[in-house]
Ligand binder design. Structure first.
Ligand code: 7RM
Length: 635
């Protein structure tokens, strides 16, 4: 029992040591004592990072929704499970109790069944942050359907690519969505996407904005009438520990998005255990994570982790700037939020607005502050600490990934002394390593290298949907017997980790991971474009902004460059979404290339970041002369 809730720094070390000396025994104890199983496992862990293959709690039977809902009914049936705060501050917040959530999930699950969804089928969910989003996720899990949530800011093309990649049978959406003062025609985007998704048989539509939309006969169904008819009991499908629970797409440095596959038992155990400890959740706390459920942070730390702990979890539909920049703090005061988890990009945007938006509100309920998604800079860290935490709430800088399923490197609040910009120490059971460029592990402290993980943890993604080869190549080929994260990190004199950022062609803009390749592909579709390269450069709110170098088919003389820039950004918006638009577009006569023809993004990155003194040796390039031209014309 005592291992489940860590309350002191010495205890962290004790439990950590135990967890790495005998991981099987450690996780078996956690799994046994804190979850309900229909059948216990025959083997705790089998793994092989070469093949690669990882299995946790093999042969165990369970349903994650029984752990998130049913088991709380007798003890916490009337406790608020989901606390929904709408975009419009005047709309009354909705408190959905565990009993109500259970009934709504069961009803929804019965609707899915009635529409022909069976265990193992893929269901895409393209919804705004309304209760139906969490409910549909859990309804899929209830019947063993594999959910794939697609962030409702993605374009029609991005949506259809994902629907086709996982061959989904159904999509769940809404008539529209609210985002601040804007209303977005979600159903229109879905209709466009469904022009080339032959596998989709039905569309369930939740009513939110009451906008006029087109409902296609025999394909589209309003959700509410179906729910009204449905039974509020639905037996949970008994799932195997290693049955897929969901697919979630993440950008890769090349090619199409990767559908990361997470399975049932290990994911449940790890997200629940990390939630409890990283946020030090106590009964009667009100926990709020501002992420969207379209990202892994929302899956693990709005839905599954909190509910597996019987917590109250806030779901916010809106944006931090509406109706003004005080909205987050207004919500903290209104619901007496105790744990608040957000991204550095939001912190920086709010810090820019000045103290008057914060000082109006009583933030004394806050106990723990969290950050995730990208490195947090020193200034933002201190602003968060001083203005929001009043120097009394520890900041947990949590490093993890879609692929890791749960938090990997983080302080444990009230135990681990924090250090600005440092994610500090590995969570229980996590064995990080820093590697050098020759594939050797870098030992000792005060070192920097590429961040790998040496040993499996329960919520590691098991494969890329439909492409196990890519899974192996991306994560297990760079270093022998290691999971490679794609991040660089340094370890300070006491062993604390600081994540320095991506070392591949993924750029994090406002907390969104963007691969350079799909953006370049979109640009290259423009008939005037010959080729392009995207790099990131520092931006004080977004963390990184995008700089595009574009060469045109004819030298571009006489062409209207501003017009071209608009068209290029429109193409990006259509193919990926507005989050991937470029901040700067420079037209060039060529891109620096190696002799084998690879674009040297490293050089372009230095130029875009104004670090032209650090270009290194460019003489081996195929076309060294373009470098000076590019520097001269920098925007
Ligand atoms: C949870 C999430 C993963 C990438 C990861 C890092 C970056 C995430 C931090 C961070 C520095 C952090 N999943 N990242 N958290 N960098 N400090 N605390 O964000 O799949 O969307 O992104 O995000 O580069 O590899 S994700």
């Amino acid at each position: 029992m005592s291992n489940y809730h860590i309350k002191a720094f010495e205890e962290y070390f004790q439990v950590y040591r135990k967890s790495v000396r005998n991981p099987e025994q450690f996780w078996e104890e956690i799994a046994e004592e804190h979850f309900v199983w229909r059948k216990k496992w025959s083997n705790v862990l089998s793994w092989d990072f070469k093949n690669p293959e990882v299995k946790w709690f093999e042969d165990a039977k369970l349903n994650i929704t029984e752990n998130c809902l049913d088991r709380h009914l007798s003890t916490k049936g009337d406790k608020t499970a989901l606390l929904f705060e709408a975009n419009d501050p005047n709309e009354t917040a909705e408190h959905i109790t565990y009993k109500q959530l259970h009934a709504r999930v069961c009803k929804f699950a019965n609707v899915l069944k009635e529409k022909g969804i069976e265990k193992g089928d893929r269901v895409c969910i393209y919804l705004p942050m309304i209760p139906e989003l969490a409910i549909s996720v859990l309804a899929c899990a209830r019947i063993g359907a594999i959910h794939s949530v697609i962030f409702a800011g993605f374009s029609a093309t991005a949506l259809s690519t994902r629907i086709n990649d996982c061959d989904a049978k159904m999509i769940i959406t809404s008539d529209g969505s609210y985002r601040g003062a804007k209303t977005i025609d979600l159903k229109g985007i879905v209709d466009e996407a469904l022009n080339d998704t032959p596998g989709i048989e039905s569309v369930l539509v939740a009513k939110r904005t009451h906008s006029k939309i087109i409902m296609k006969d025999g394909r589209d169904y309003w959700l509410q009438p179906l729910l009204d008819e449905a039974n509020e009991n639905c037996d949970a499908e008994i799932m195997d520990a290693e049955d897929p629970l969901f697919i979630l797409y993440t950008s890769g440095s090349t090619g199409k998005p990767k559908g990361m596959v997470h399975t049932s038992a290990g994911y449940m155990v790890y997200t629940a255990y990390t939630f409890k400890n990283v946020f030090q959740y106590k009964e009667n706390d009100v926990y709020w994570c501002t992420a969207d459920i379209g990202w892994i942070t929302g899956h693990s730390y709005i839905v599954y982790g909190p509910l597996a702990n019987g917590a109250t979890t806030v779901m916010f539909e809106g944006v931090p700037s509406y109706p003004d920049y005080g909205r987050f703090w207004n919500i903290v005061e209104k619901h007496k939020v105790t744990q608040f988890y957000t991204a550095p990009t939001a912190i920086r945007a709010l810090a820019k607005q000045g103290a008057e938006f914060v000082d109006k509100y009583d933030l004394s309920s806050l106990k723990v502050l969290g950050t995730v998604g990208e490195p947090i800079n020193e200034e933002a860290w201190h602003w968060y600490d001083e203005n929001i935490g009043k120097k009394k709430s520890p900041i947990v800088d949590t490093w993890w990934q879609t692929e890791t399923g749960g938090i990997m490197i983080t302080p444990i609040p009230f135990s681990t002394p924090t250090k600005p910009t440092y994610a500090t120490l590995p969570f229980i059971g996590i064995q990080p390593a820093l590697m050098d460029e020759n594939g050797k592990e870098i030992n000792g402290n005060q070192v920097e290298g590429r961040l790998c993980i040496k040993f499996p943890w329960p919520s590691i993604a098991r494969t890329i949907w439909g492409n196990h080869k890519r899974y192996k190549e991306t994560y297990f080929s760079a270093y022998d017997n290691m999971y490679f994260t794609g991040d660089g990190a340094l370890r300070d004199e006491v062993g604390y980790y600081r994540i320095t950022g991506r070392v591949d062609d993924v750029i994090i803009v406002s907390g969104h991971n963007l691969g350079t390749a799909p953006i370049e592909d979109a640009i290259n579709e423009h008939q005037a474009v010959s080729e392009s390269a995207i790099v990131g450069f520092p931006h004080d709110v977004k963390g990184n902004a995008l700089y595009g170098y574009v060469t045109l088919k004819d030298s571009g003389e006489g062409q209207n460059h501003d017009h071209l820039r608009k068209e290029i950004n429109q193409l990006i918006t259509d193919r990926i979404g507005p989050i991937a638009k470029l901040d700067k577009i420079q037209f060039t006569n060529g891109l620096p290339k190696t002799r084998s023809g690879k674009i040297m993004r490293r050089i372009l990155r230095k130029i875009a970041c104004n670090e032209t003194d650090q270009l290194g040796d460019t003489s081996t390039l195929l076309n060294p002369e373009v470098v000076q031209e590019i520097i001269k014309n920098t925007l």
